[in-house]
Write a protein that binds this ligand. Structure first.
Ligand code: DX5
Ligand code: ZN
Length: 233
Protein backbone atom coordinates (compact mmCIF):
# COMPACT_ATOMS: atom_id res chain seq x y z
CA UNK A 1 0.00 0.00 0.00
CA UNK A 2 1.89 3.06 -1.19
CA UNK A 3 0.92 6.57 -0.07
CA UNK A 4 -0.62 9.19 -2.31
CA UNK A 5 -3.15 11.99 -1.98
CA UNK A 6 -5.22 11.24 -5.06
CA UNK A 7 -8.95 10.86 -4.45
CA UNK A 8 -9.91 7.35 -3.39
CA UNK A 9 -13.50 6.13 -3.18
CA UNK A 10 -14.14 3.58 -0.43
CA UNK A 11 -17.64 2.08 -0.63
CA UNK A 12 -19.01 0.99 2.75
CA UNK A 13 -20.43 -2.52 2.57
CA UNK A 14 -22.85 -1.50 5.31
CA UNK A 15 -25.09 -0.60 2.36
CA UNK A 16 -24.50 -3.91 0.52
CA UNK A 17 -26.82 -6.92 0.34
CA UNK A 18 -26.06 -8.69 3.63
CA UNK A 19 -26.81 -12.09 2.09
CA UNK A 20 -24.22 -11.56 -0.65
CA UNK A 21 -21.04 -9.92 0.63
CA UNK A 22 -18.51 -11.77 -1.54
CA UNK A 23 -20.30 -10.90 -4.76
CA UNK A 24 -20.97 -7.33 -3.60
CA UNK A 25 -17.28 -6.74 -2.85
CA UNK A 26 -16.29 -8.14 -6.24
CA UNK A 27 -18.92 -5.96 -7.90
CA UNK A 28 -17.81 -2.68 -6.32
CA UNK A 29 -14.16 -3.39 -7.10
CA UNK A 30 -15.00 -4.27 -10.71
CA UNK A 31 -16.95 -1.00 -10.86
CA UNK A 32 -14.00 1.13 -9.75
CA UNK A 33 -13.83 1.16 -5.94
CA UNK A 34 -10.32 2.01 -4.67
CA UNK A 35 -10.76 0.61 -1.16
CA UNK A 36 -13.42 -1.48 0.59
CA UNK A 37 -14.69 0.05 3.86
CA UNK A 38 -15.91 -2.38 6.52
CA UNK A 39 -17.95 -0.90 9.40
CA UNK A 40 -17.58 -2.87 12.62
CA UNK A 41 -20.19 -1.94 15.26
CA UNK A 42 -20.67 -3.37 18.72
CA UNK A 43 -24.10 -2.24 19.93
CA UNK A 44 -22.35 -0.41 22.78
CA UNK A 45 -20.04 2.30 21.41
CA UNK A 46 -22.62 2.78 18.65
CA UNK A 47 -26.26 1.69 18.63
CA UNK A 48 -25.92 -0.97 15.94
CA UNK A 49 -24.26 -4.37 15.54
CA UNK A 50 -22.41 -5.66 12.51
CA UNK A 51 -19.30 -7.76 11.87
CA UNK A 52 -17.16 -9.90 14.16
CA UNK A 53 -13.69 -11.10 13.14
CA UNK A 54 -14.98 -14.29 11.42
CA UNK A 55 -17.17 -12.20 9.11
CA UNK A 56 -14.27 -9.89 8.25
CA UNK A 57 -12.07 -12.94 7.61
CA UNK A 58 -14.69 -14.25 5.19
CA UNK A 59 -14.64 -10.93 3.28
CA UNK A 60 -10.85 -10.94 2.95
CA UNK A 61 -10.37 -13.26 -0.05
CA UNK A 62 -12.82 -11.18 -2.06
CA UNK A 63 -10.98 -7.89 -1.44
CA UNK A 64 -8.24 -7.32 -4.01
CA UNK A 65 -7.72 -3.63 -3.19
CA UNK A 66 -7.43 -2.39 0.41
CA UNK A 67 -9.58 -3.65 3.29
CA UNK A 68 -10.26 -0.58 5.44
CA UNK A 69 -11.76 -1.71 8.74
CA UNK A 70 -13.51 0.95 10.84
CA UNK A 71 -13.85 -0.21 14.43
CA UNK A 72 -16.79 1.44 16.18
CA UNK A 73 -16.28 -0.63 19.30
CA UNK A 74 -15.29 -0.10 22.93
CA UNK A 75 -13.10 -1.46 24.31
CA UNK A 76 -10.91 -1.84 21.22
CA UNK A 77 -7.65 -3.34 22.46
CA UNK A 78 -8.91 -6.88 23.21
CA UNK A 79 -10.03 -7.27 19.58
CA UNK A 80 -7.12 -5.75 17.64
CA UNK A 81 -5.26 -9.01 17.06
CA UNK A 82 -8.41 -10.79 15.92
CA UNK A 83 -9.26 -8.14 13.33
CA UNK A 84 -5.62 -7.98 12.19
CA UNK A 85 -5.57 -11.76 11.78
CA UNK A 86 -8.86 -11.50 9.87
CA UNK A 87 -6.87 -9.59 7.24
CA UNK A 88 -7.49 -5.88 7.79
CA UNK A 89 -5.01 -3.66 5.91
CA UNK A 90 -6.08 -0.59 7.90
CA UNK A 91 -7.57 -0.73 11.39
CA UNK A 92 -9.20 2.50 12.53
CA UNK A 93 -10.12 3.09 16.17
CA UNK A 94 -12.10 5.98 17.64
CA UNK A 95 -10.41 8.59 19.81
CA UNK A 96 -13.53 8.49 21.98
CA UNK A 97 -13.48 4.71 22.49
CA UNK A 98 -11.35 4.67 25.61
CA UNK A 99 -8.79 6.45 27.77
CA UNK A 100 -5.71 4.97 26.09
CA UNK A 101 -5.90 5.69 22.37
CA UNK A 102 -2.09 6.07 22.25
CA UNK A 103 -1.70 2.47 23.40
CA UNK A 104 -4.40 1.35 20.96
CA UNK A 105 -2.61 2.93 17.99
CA UNK A 106 0.68 1.34 19.06
CA UNK A 107 -1.07 -2.03 19.26
CA UNK A 108 -2.59 -1.65 15.78
CA UNK A 109 0.80 -1.00 14.18
CA UNK A 110 2.27 -3.72 16.36
CA UNK A 111 -0.24 -6.14 14.87
CA UNK A 112 1.05 -5.25 11.39
CA UNK A 113 -1.78 -3.00 10.21
CA UNK A 114 -1.87 0.60 9.12
CA UNK A 115 -3.32 2.65 11.97
CA UNK A 116 -6.34 4.89 11.62
CA UNK A 117 -7.76 7.36 14.13
CA UNK A 118 -11.45 8.28 13.85
CA UNK A 119 -13.04 11.44 15.29
CA UNK A 120 -16.75 11.82 16.01
CA UNK A 121 -18.40 15.05 14.83
CA UNK A 122 -18.32 16.49 18.35
CA UNK A 123 -14.59 15.85 18.87
CA UNK A 124 -12.01 18.59 18.26
CA UNK A 125 -8.57 18.08 16.71
CA UNK A 126 -6.53 19.29 19.71
CA UNK A 127 -5.95 15.74 20.97
CA UNK A 128 -4.65 14.63 17.57
CA UNK A 129 -1.42 16.62 17.92
CA UNK A 130 0.43 14.06 20.03
CA UNK A 131 -0.93 11.12 18.04
CA UNK A 132 -0.27 12.34 14.53
CA UNK A 133 3.07 10.59 14.04
CA UNK A 134 1.48 7.29 15.09
CA UNK A 135 -1.22 7.20 12.43
CA UNK A 136 -1.53 6.50 8.71
CA UNK A 137 -5.07 7.82 8.43
CA UNK A 138 -7.43 10.16 10.24
CA UNK A 139 -11.12 9.50 9.69
CA UNK A 140 -13.36 12.52 10.16
CA UNK A 141 -16.93 11.39 10.81
CA UNK A 142 -19.42 13.61 9.02
CA UNK A 143 -22.35 11.81 10.66
CA UNK A 144 -22.70 10.37 14.13
CA UNK A 145 -21.50 6.78 13.72
CA UNK A 146 -23.92 3.87 13.79
CA UNK A 147 -25.96 3.96 10.61
CA UNK A 148 -25.68 4.53 6.89
CA UNK A 149 -27.85 6.99 5.03
CA UNK A 150 -27.60 9.93 7.45
CA UNK A 151 -27.26 13.60 6.61
CA UNK A 152 -23.80 15.16 6.15
CA UNK A 153 -22.76 17.54 8.98
CA UNK A 154 -21.32 20.67 7.37
CA UNK A 155 -19.46 21.92 10.47
CA UNK A 156 -16.83 19.25 9.77
CA UNK A 157 -15.49 21.09 6.72
CA UNK A 158 -13.56 23.52 8.90
CA UNK A 159 -12.23 20.63 10.99
CA UNK A 160 -10.81 18.97 7.88
CA UNK A 161 -9.11 22.18 6.76
CA UNK A 162 -7.43 22.57 10.14
CA UNK A 163 -6.46 18.91 10.20
CA UNK A 164 -4.96 19.17 6.72
CA UNK A 165 -2.78 22.07 7.90
CA UNK A 166 -1.72 20.11 11.00
CA UNK A 167 -0.71 17.09 8.88
CA UNK A 168 1.51 19.13 6.56
CA UNK A 169 3.84 16.84 4.58
CA UNK A 170 3.27 13.75 6.72
CA UNK A 171 2.02 10.67 4.84
CA UNK A 172 -1.35 10.65 6.60
CA UNK A 173 -4.62 10.17 4.73
CA UNK A 174 -7.70 12.19 5.60
CA UNK A 175 -10.77 10.01 5.24
CA UNK A 176 -14.33 11.30 5.37
CA UNK A 177 -17.11 9.01 6.51
CA UNK A 178 -20.82 9.76 6.36
CA UNK A 179 -23.23 11.44 3.99
CA UNK A 180 -20.81 11.60 1.05
CA UNK A 181 -22.56 12.22 -2.29
CA UNK A 182 -21.55 14.01 -5.50
CA UNK A 183 -22.79 17.18 -3.76
CA UNK A 184 -20.77 16.85 -0.54
CA UNK A 185 -17.63 15.14 -1.94
CA UNK A 186 -16.21 18.35 -3.50
CA UNK A 187 -16.54 20.22 -0.19
CA UNK A 188 -14.30 17.66 1.47
CA UNK A 189 -11.84 17.30 -1.40
CA UNK A 190 -11.39 21.07 -1.38
CA UNK A 191 -10.84 21.02 2.38
CA UNK A 192 -8.03 18.45 1.98
CA UNK A 193 -9.56 14.96 2.23
CA UNK A 194 -8.34 12.17 -0.05
CA UNK A 195 -10.38 9.09 0.99
CA UNK A 196 -14.15 9.35 0.60
CA UNK A 197 -16.24 6.62 2.20
CA UNK A 198 -19.71 6.28 0.72
CA UNK A 199 -22.35 3.68 1.47
CA UNK A 200 -25.82 4.62 0.33
CA UNK A 201 -24.57 6.90 -2.47
CA UNK A 202 -22.58 4.03 -4.05
CA UNK A 203 -25.05 1.16 -3.67
CA UNK A 204 -28.24 3.03 -4.60
CA UNK A 205 -29.97 1.82 -7.73
CA UNK A 206 -27.70 -1.21 -8.24
CA UNK A 207 -27.41 -4.85 -7.23
CA UNK A 208 -25.12 -7.82 -7.80
CA UNK A 209 -27.17 -8.74 -10.86
CA UNK A 210 -27.16 -5.11 -12.08
CA UNK A 211 -23.89 -3.58 -10.84
CA UNK A 212 -23.52 -0.84 -13.48
CA UNK A 213 -25.16 1.79 -11.22
CA UNK A 214 -22.38 1.17 -8.67
CA UNK A 215 -19.87 2.24 -11.29
CA UNK A 216 -21.88 5.28 -12.33
CA UNK A 217 -22.27 6.30 -8.68
CA UNK A 218 -18.53 5.87 -7.95
CA UNK A 219 -17.60 7.85 -11.08
CA UNK A 220 -20.02 10.66 -10.16
CA UNK A 221 -18.52 11.03 -6.66
CA UNK A 222 -14.96 10.86 -8.01
CA UNK A 223 -15.63 13.34 -10.82
CA UNK A 224 -17.22 15.82 -8.41
CA UNK A 225 -14.27 15.58 -6.00
CA UNK A 226 -11.57 15.71 -8.70
CA UNK A 227 -13.41 18.51 -10.46
CA UNK A 228 -13.05 20.88 -7.54
CA UNK A 229 -9.34 20.03 -7.23
CA UNK A 230 -8.90 20.83 -10.90
CA UNK A 231 -10.42 24.26 -10.43
CA UNK A 232 -8.15 24.91 -7.40
CA UNK A 233 -4.92 24.03 -9.24
C1 DX5 B 1 -21.44 5.17 9.81
C2 DX5 B 1 -20.43 4.38 9.03
C3 DX5 B 1 -20.31 4.78 7.61
C4 DX5 B 1 -21.57 4.62 6.82
C5 DX5 B 1 -21.57 5.57 5.68
O1 DX5 B 1 -21.39 4.81 11.13
O2 DX5 B 1 -19.15 4.50 9.62
O3 DX5 B 1 -19.22 4.15 6.98
O4 DX5 B 1 -21.76 3.34 6.33
O5 DX5 B 1 -22.80 5.48 5.04
P1 DX5 B 1 -23.39 6.65 4.15
O6 DX5 B 1 -22.41 6.90 3.05
O7 DX5 B 1 -24.69 6.08 3.69
O8 DX5 B 1 -23.54 7.86 5.05
ZN1 ZN C 1 -17.30 3.80 8.52
Amino acid sequence: MSFDRTIKIAPSILSADFANFGAEIQAIEAQGADWVHVDVMDGHFVPNLTFGPPAVKAFRPHVKTVMDVHLMIAPVDPYIDAYAEAGADILTAHLEAGPHIHRTLQAIRGAGCKAGLALNPGTGIEDVEYLIDMVDLICVMTVNPGFGGQKFIHSQIDKVKRLRAMIGDRPVHIEIDGGITPETAPLMAAAGADVLVAGSAVFKGGSVSDPAPYGANIRAIRAAAEGVLGTMA
